[in-house]
Design a protein around this ligand. Structure first.
Ligand SMILES: Nc1ncnc2c1ncn2[C@@H]1O[C@H](COP(=O)(O)OP(=O)(O)OP(=O)(O)O)[C@@H](O)[C@H]1O
Length: 250
């Protein structure tokens, strides 16, 4: 187990958003967080990245209390891609190299540069290497911020709706890359998603959030029509098409 969350509660001033959140994520796992708009998914991800501090509960990363770690240690262990981000006057290469910052002591080494080149190649961003971020399309920029998080080589990768700006091909490529990174580097990817079909296709485990708390958590066995309808309030069928599970609203 790489991440363990127990009894987490969070409120924005007096507005309670999360209560009694409990789940575990294992190494190598693609873990999808699902739920309606406003269910608290982004808030939960921010608690996992220590941007927000839960009022109660514990979050352990590799058995250590997340809130007892130094900022540098957090940056080494956790990679985070927010739902919204701004483009800056960096080149794509430099922006991805920034992901290596928690590992760099004096200056970037040949290994750091190699990692950046590799990640850019995997995500098909090589040709954009020297372009400035503010000259990219929304989807290209989204791939760059994911590339930066992958270059960081974190133990846990936290992604908030990583495919929201991507076309069909890029949605698949990005999620495939994340899944491969989880498997090959034996890290965990915790991904907030809206597209149930993409979640079914790529995730190993699912956390369904409803009414501020965990509605269900587990593998494919919890993605039943009853649970999905219970969370989203829409009747659905879960079918297999070319042996791929798909959710169809009825
Ligand atoms: N900074 C904030 N201050 C006060 N309330 C907030 C703040 N950020 C979010 N909220 C509220 O907390 C609740 C959960 O928000 P959150 O962004 O975590 O939901 P979400 O599940 O990620 O939603 P979405 O799917 O729409 O992105 C919402 O009711 C939202 O209005």
């Amino acid at each position: 187990m790489i991440l363990s969350v127990d009894g987490v509660e969070f409120s924005y001033s007096s507005r309670p958003v999360l209560k009694d959140i409990k789940f575990e994520v294992n190494r190598g796992e693609f873990f999808s967080i699902l739920g309606n708009n406003g269910a608290g998914k982004s808030t939960l991800l921010k608690c996992l990245n220590r941007i927000l501090k839960p009022q109660t509960g514990t979050i352990l990363i590799e058995k250590e209390d997340l809130f007892a770690l130094s900022s540098r240690e957090v940056a080494r262990r956790l990679g985070y891609v927010a739902q919204r981000y701004e483009s800056t006057r960096f080149t794509v290469f430099d922006a991805v190299l920034l992901g290596r910052k928690p590992h760099i002591k004096w200056g970037a080494t040949a290994r750091d540069l190699e990692i950046v080149r590799k990640v850019l190649a995997v995500l098909g961003l090589e040709e954009f290497s020297l372009r400035y971020l503010d000259e990219l399309s929304g989807g290209e920029l989204q791939k760059v911020v994911i590339a930066r998080a992958l270059a960081q080589e974190p133990r846990v990768l936290l992604l908030d709706e990583p495919t929201s700006n991507l076309d069909l091909k890029n949605q698949f490529e990005v999620l495939k890359t994340v899944k491969k990174a989880a498997r090959e580097q034996n890290i965990a990817a915790v991904v907030v998603m809206h597209d149930l079909n993409l979640a079914l296709r790529f995730a190993d485990k699912f956390l369904l959030l409803k009414n501020r708390t965990v509605f269900a958590c587990g593998g494919m066995e919890i993605m039943t029509p009853e649970n999905i309808a219970g969370v989203y309030g829409v009747p659905v069928a879960v079918e297999r098409l070319a042996s791929i599970p798909v959710v169809v609203p009825l």
